[in-house]
Design a protein around this ligand. Sequence first.
Ligand SMILES: *Cc1c(COP(=O)(O)O)cnc(C)c1O
Length: 179
Amino acid sequence: MAKYTANDYEREFAAFLGIPHAFAFWKGRVALYAILKTLGISEGDEVILPGYTCVMNVNPIMYLGARPIYVDIDPVTYNMDASLIEARITSRTRAIIAQHTYGYPAPLDEILAIANRHQLPVLEDCCLALGARYKGRLVGTIGTAGYFSSQWNKPYTTGIGGLAITSNTELALKIEDLC
Ligand SMILES: *Cc1c(COP(=O)(O)O)cnc(C)c1O
């Protein structure tokens, strides 16, 4: 039997989600780092994310010299309150992280509308949301890119691990280069 390789894993993960590109990393936070870096996020840039998050979402932003900008959550859904995002956007904003907290999809229609208005990429944090759907579509496949964790305490685990996915060919080629 042929050896099962990391490339096979990436291909099967992408196929499961119906998306062309998946890249396996050491952790979800490393997948996020790779996405942020290939988007060119650096010193002085700002990245919007929910105030109720994982420190592992904050570290990759800070390693690049960028600043995390927090948006408060909706106390009912634990997801980002989309009505509070626009007030946090500045000329230095470079991306919005849409975290699907505890596997419940963030309000993507509202988040994408704001992001499109400001021409910002939306990065879906699917670390707890593999297989979750937003209005019928699998999360991670809706924004510019998505990332997953398969750490030991996640709904799906490989012990340690993470993946980045995107349908954007240009971004995928840059992530491949970075790998
Ligand atoms: C676990 C988790 C991460 C980070 O994943 P790691 O694989 O531990 O780096 C990011 N965001 C959320 C919501 C998580 O639950």
